[in-house]
Design a protein around this ligand. Structure first.
Ligand code: XMP
Length: 210
């Protein structure tokens, strides 16, 4: 068995702007615009899965996905893998706005033993980088063969340190995005696209646009 998988083979992520895709009428009151349409997500997730398959085929791989934002991404990604692997989930939440900002609280711990396995951590979005840096550090204590990270979205403008993910789907601008697993107040996770919220949702005093 190779000690580490080869350098990630994925093409660099595109920086996405507003898409020409129309927000479906059912969501127009809440979603201002679509950033990444469902077909575009599907194509890129397939490319990511292909690159990851090439890198890890024949290796002992454990996918560790972070709850809850990865639910759609994880399901779509792993269904492309045509080799044996194991999947486990961890729950982490940061104390945003609390006194110990940056600290993570584990709401669900890992069950699998990672020793002598390659680990691919899957998350929805890389923003400040604190979550993935802390989780990587924690999982490294189990002495896996290697650890890499895979995110659907990267928001480089939010980064508070130099953390980079190994596999990145898309780069997004400095906006709060929802859909395809990402939520605002546990809503919008089911949307098949990634979009930007209408301002009146997070600032209720703002009048809703027609
Ligand atoms: P950090 O800052 O630690 O955060 O890289 C990653 C986690 O923060 C959440 N997050 C978002 N969630 N829309 C969301 O729905 C966003 O634009 C956004 N930015 C950060 C998310 O839970 C992610 O795992």
């Amino acid at each position: 068995m190779k000690a580490t998988p080869p350098h990630p083979r994925l093409s660099p992520p595109a920086l996405v702007g507003p898409s020409r895709a129309r927000v479906p009428a059912a969501h127009a009151e809440d979603i201002h615009q679509i950033l990444i349409s469902a077909p575009r997500i599907r194509r890129r997730v397939e490319e990511m899965a292909h690159a990851i398959s090439e890198d890890y085929r024949g290796e002992r791989l454990v996918i560790v996905a972070l709850l809850n934002g990865t639910i759609l991404f994880l399901a779509d990604l792993i269904r492309h893998f045509e080799f044996p692997l194991r999947v486990d989930l961890i729950g982490v939440s940061s104390y945003r706005g609390g006194t110990s900002s940056g600290e993570l609280e584990y709401t669900k711990r890992l069950k699998l033993d990672l020793k002598d396995h390659h680990v691919l951590i899957v998350d929805d979005i890389l923003d400040t980088g604190k979550t993935l840096r802390a989780v990587t550090r924690e999982l490294a204590l189990q002495k896996p063969t290697s650890i890499r990270t895979c995110v659907l979205l990267d928001k480089p403008s939010g980064r508070s340190d130099s953390f980079q993910a190994d596999y990145v789907g898309f780069q997004v601008p400095h906006l709060f995005v929802v859909g395809y697993g990402l939520d605002y107040d546990e809503r919008y996770r089911n949307l098949p696209f990634v979009g930007v919220l209408q301002q009146h949702i997070y600032e209720p005093e703002t009048p809703a646009h027609p």
